[in-house]
Design a protein around this ligand. Structure first.
Ligand code: GLU
Length: 335
């Protein structure tokens, strides 16, 4: 990059393992309770290779494990990115440092709602940044190389770990402790970060960011949607509890290829009668849930191939504008 203008990149810190300092160099397990979390600026000091390669604008956001990140954070993060993109036209893109636990949810929300053109790359780590064999610096550098690569534009929100680039809609965390924890199921990564260059092999097929009808809701603006996890012999207790808690939508993480237990089904049909939207997903993490005849008759929606946690996000965004199951089904078929 010696003869080129240095790229300018915003680094937004949401905490997570990539921002964690553990109490000893082999602590891969207890650091969420015993270690501490750094701001984006402090991470930048610990990984000097970032500022050697680009002008990095550190934006503090939250220093938490991502089990504590939720819908209000998604909204605030989307607004933070939108504001920075509008105020600084020189920005090449955004790197978001995030915990691995809910990374895929934040990524999919941003992928559906952001309207800025600059690439947004979310990265994370499986091992705190001061531990032996940490992936924190490698992933942060890979994220930087991805965000400044012109080929990264127009592919939606990207997730970078372990030298792979994943599409926000497809990626999921599939391992608790392995470094190769993230995968995109049957589809695979959309690109890789090799030592010599960033190489893309495909574009995500589904519309994203500027090509969706979804907008960043106002604070507290996402309707409550709960996920019901089916297990053999379940009764309707959790469905009824979610309805009582004020859910406007329910996603069933059901048995493959997409059904609840009889007890859940009866309670869900009751919920439907009260106008609560029901999306049938599957708990197996792979394959589509099509809208079979009885789903259509019940006015329920098939989740396509979205995981329950991502179906929850799409349903919540859909419910901002419509409660019509056919219209919501069209959104699930498309986004
Ligand atoms: N990697 C996890 C996360 O942030 C755990 C880290 C923590 O809770 O501190 O999602």
């Amino acid at each position: 990059m010696a003869n080129q203008r240095r790229p300018r990149v915003a680094l937004i810190g949401c905490g997570g393992t990539i921002s964690s300092v553990a109490v000893h160099e082999f602590d891969y397990i207890d650091y969420p309770e015993t270690g501490r979390k750094l701001t984006a600026g402090e991470v930048l000091e610990r990984i000097p290779a970032l500022a050697e390669r680009a002008d990095i604008i550190a934006i503090p956001f939250r220093e938490v494990g991502s089990s504590a990140i939720g819908p209000d954070d998604w909204i605030r993060l989307a607004n933070t990115i939108t504001k920075a993109a509008a105020e600084d036209s020189e920005l090449s893109g955004f790197i978001v440092l995030h915990g691995t636990a809910t990374l895929e949810e934040t990524a999919y929300f941003l992928n559906l709602t952001l309207k800025c053109e600059q690439p947004v790359v979310i990265t994370a780590a499986q091992r705190p940044l001061n531990t032996v064999g940490t992936d924190a610096a490698a992933n942060a550098l890979a994220a930087l190389r991805t965000v400044v690569d012109p080929a990264s534009r127009g592919r939606g929100v990207l997730v970078v770990l372990n030298d792979e680039i994943h599409a926000a809609r497809e990626v999921t965390k599939g391992s608790t402790y392995r470094l190769h924890a993230f995968h995109s199921g049957a589809f695979g990564p959309i690109g890789v970060i090799d030592p010599d260059r960033v190489v893309y092999s495909r574009k995500p097929e589904r519309p994203h960011t500027t090509a969706t009808p979804f907008h960043i809701p106002s604070d507290g603006g996402l309707p409550r949607v709960d996920v019901i996890y089916s297990c053999a012999g379940n009764d309707g207790t959790f469905v009824e509890a979610a309805v009582k808690a004020g859910a406007r939508g329910l996603v069933v993480a059901g048995f493959a290829p997409g059904m609840p237990s009889p007890g859940e089904r009866a309670a869900l049909l009751e919920a439907s009668k009260q106008g609560i939207a029901v999306v049938q997903a599957s708990r197996v993490g792979s394959g589509r849930v099509g809208r079979r005849a009885w789903l259509r008759q019940a006015g329920w929606i098939g989740a396509d191939d979205l995981t329950p946690q991502k179906a929850r996000i799409l349903l919540a965004l859909a419910l901002v504008s419509t409660g019509d199951p056919d219209k919501i089904q069209e959104m699930f078929d498309r986004y």
